[in-house]
Design a protein around this ligand. Structure first.
Ligand code: ZN
Ligand code: ZN
Length: 153
C-alpha cells in the first residue's frame, strides 16, 4: 500500500485505503489467520518535509479460541494509528504496508475468546461445553449424591 506524495495537498487528504491481507504475513501463525483485506480510514498531511498519517486501521481476522479451540472471526482495530515519514521531498511515494501490518499485529488479542462466556472444553472427555453439557458432569453429580448418602449412614 503506497501513498503518492504529490497527490497529497498542503491542507491534507482523507484517504480510504485497502491493502491485501497478505501484508499481515499470518500464514504460519498457529492462532491467527487473515480473513479479509486490511482497511484504513486515514488522514495524510504534509508538515514541512514530513508526511503525517493518522486514523483507524482494521482487519477481519480468524482466531482460535483459547478455551474451546474453535475458529471464530473478529475485527482487529487500531483507532489511534499515527505514523510519520520524514524526508518526503526525496520520494515519490511512501509505502505504509509495514505500518498497517504492525498496527494490526499489535492489536491482536492476547487471549482470544470466541465469546466472553465461552465454557471451553471438558477436561475429561474434550467435548465443547458451549454445545451442551457432557456426561462427565452428570457423573460428578451422581458422585456428590452418593457422598451425601454416605453421610446419612
Ligand atoms: Zn470458545
Ligand atoms: Zn466431559
Amino acid at each position: 500500500m503506497k501513498l503518492q506524495i504529490d497527490r497529497i495537498p498542503e491542507e491534507g487528504l482523507h484517504l480510504a485505503v485497502e491493502a491485501s491481507s497478505e501484508i499481515l504475513g499470518l500464514e504460519d501463525d498457529p492462532v491467527f489467520s487473515e480473513a479479509g483485506a486490511v482497511f484504513g480510514q486515514l488522514y495524510a498531511q504534509r508538515v514541512e518535509e514530513t508526511l503525517v498519517v493518522r486514523g483507524t486501521v482494521r482487519a477481519e481476522i480468524h482466531a482460535q479460541c483459547a478455551r474451546c479451540s474453535q475458529i471464530f472471526s473478529t475485527t482487529v482495530k487500531d483507532s489511534g494509528f499515527l505514523r510519520d515519514y520524514s524526508d518526503i521531498e526525496e520520494m515519490d511515494e511512501v509505502d505504509i504496508s509495514e505500518d498497517l501490518r504492525e498496527a494490526i499485529l499489535l492489536n491482536l488479542p492476547q487471549f482470544p475468546l470466541c465469546n466472553e462466556e465461552c465454557k471451553g472444553l471438558c477436561l475429561q472427555c474434550g467435548k465443547n461445553l458451549n454445545k451442551g453439557p457432557c456426561s462427565c458432569s452428570d457423573g460428578d453429580k451422581i458422585g456428590a449424591w452418593e457422598a451425601l448418602d454416605n453421610l446419612k449412614l
